[in-house]
Write a protein that binds this ligand. Structure first.
Ligand code: FMN
Length: 204
């Protein structure tokens, strides 16, 4: 089949997210100006560059209670955030933190998670997560939005510091088979990394 994105695809559900999959999940911890810690998952997320390391996150729609989603608001207000990696073992905790809750609700406590201080930024890290990226807000970019009364906003962040749990470092390499990072597919589907293989480039 082929469909123009300016027209209806004719399928029961929009297939687009299954056509760009798997997507890594940024489990973003951020701080409201009143000190409330926020945690939420975002899969329109990826790395953009490695030297220096930069990441992007895209926010679609408003918060159910009005205004920007808490994570977007906090990132801009605080200027800093942390991307926590979601291991397969924390999939249910991750799911708890996607609930549309008032900003004063501490999603970490709700999901039974604990925090530890970051080294370079104010928002804390999720202690149970094996990898954390401490990030500084770099730029906001407004994207087109075809839904009425909605908004698509991308932010770019600079990664200032990276924490890697010693338990997942094997001979100096991050062993993702010890983490099984969770990733988003289309619809309500997820996957996790559980098969790794290496491949040399033809010119190596
Ligand atoms: C796995 C997963 C990935 C998600 N990815 C995004 C995303 O990329 N962009 C977005 O706007 N919402 C995304 N959501 C929905 C947000 O997590 C949800 O709107 C959440 O309530 C936002 O919380 P906040 O207001 O505390 O930031 C995702 C949800 C899940 C479960």
């Amino acid at each position: 089949m082929f469909y123009k994105t300016s027209e209806h695809h004719g399928l029961p559900h929009n297939p687009f997210k299954s056509c760009v999959a798997p997507r890594p999940i940024a489990w973003v911890s951020s701080l409201h100006p009143d000190g409330t810690i926020n945690l939420a998952p975002y899969s329109f997320f990826n790395a953009l560059t490695s030297d220096p390391p930069m990441v992007m996150i895209s926010f679609n729609g408003y918060h159910e209670h009005g205004g920007e989603k808490d994570t977007l608001y906090n990132i801009k207000a605080c200027g800093e955030f942390v991307v926590n990696m979601v291991p397969l073992t924390l999939k249910d905790a991750m799911n708890v933190t996607t609930a549309n809750l008032a900003h004063e609700v501490d999603e970490l406590a709700l999901a039974g998670l604990s925090t530890e201080d970051s080294q370079l930024v104010k928002p804390p890290r999720v202690k149970e997560s094996p990898i954390h990226l401490e990030c500084e807000f770099f730029k906001e970019i407004q994207l087109p939005c075809t839904l009425p009364d909605s908004i698509n906003t991308m932010i770019i962040g600079s990664v200032l510091g990276v924490h890697i749990s010693d338990e997942v470092l094997v001979d100096g390499l991050v062993d993702l088979s010890r983490i099984k990072p969770l990733a988003r597919l289309g619809y309500m589907q997820y996957t996790s990394v559980d098969e790794l293989f290496a491949m040399a480039r033809p010119d190596d």
